[in-house]
Design a protein around this ligand. Structure first.
Ligand code: HEC
Length: 152
């Protein structure tokens, strides 16, 4: 019975997630709304990523609970900016190349999501060495995309 409830809750949860992603994409009537959305989500992403980075680099004391909390937020926020790069949303500090070579941009996004996933797992492990090992490669995927696709 309990298991059944869990399955039902999980199914409802994922349906809602899908609905959320779809409506986010449709919600951008104006390009400037998409720009605002992706910049805001990058800001939130950078905040939680930075908190983990400070611990990984020894600039803040390691606190396993804080690391896990930031990882939980990161796991969600890491998915947000991408729906706001739809057709016709050029602008902000995004280079036009994103829309001209969408496949390459998507590839950088996927590299980031793979490393972010590893970072989330490491940050939730309670092991500072794992966090340290995962942070650098994840940060490298931010830089790699910014170098190619973001105006300074
Ligand atoms: C696949 C490409 C890509 C990846 C990966 C990526 N970014 Fe970005 N980021 C961008 C682009 C493009 C912009 C410019 C958005 C705009 O202004 O239209 C941006 C903007 C930003 C901004 C500025 C937001 C603002 O307020 O204007 C911050 C901060 C940021 N990114 C942080 C990060 C961090 C931290 C990571 C990694 C944890 C990351 N980004 C990963 C492409 C990426």
């Amino acid at each position: 019975m309990r298991f059944k409830n869990l399955v039902a809750t999980t199914l409802i949860g994922s349906t809602m997630l899908f609905a959320g992603a779809a409506s986010a994409q449709q919600a951008f009537g104006k390009a400037e709304d998409a720009v605002k959305y992706r910049q805001s989500s990058f800001s939130v992403l950078a905040h939680h990523f930075g908190t983990l980075g400070a611990m990984a680099r020894g600039k803040a004391p390691f606190d396993a609970k804080v690391a896990a909390e930031n990882a939980d937020v990161l796991a969600v926020v890491a998915n947000l900016p991408w729906a706001a790069f739809g057709a016709g949303t050029e602008g902000g500090n995004s280079k036009a190349a994103i829309w001209q070579e969408k496949a390459q941009f998507d590839e950088k996004q996927q590299q980031f999501e793979a490393e972010a996933g590893k970072l989330v797992a490491a940050a939730k492990s309670g092991d500072l060495d794992k966090l340290k090992a995962a942070f650098g490669p994840a940060a490298q995927t931010c830089k790699s995309c910014h170098d190619a696709y973001k105006n300074k």
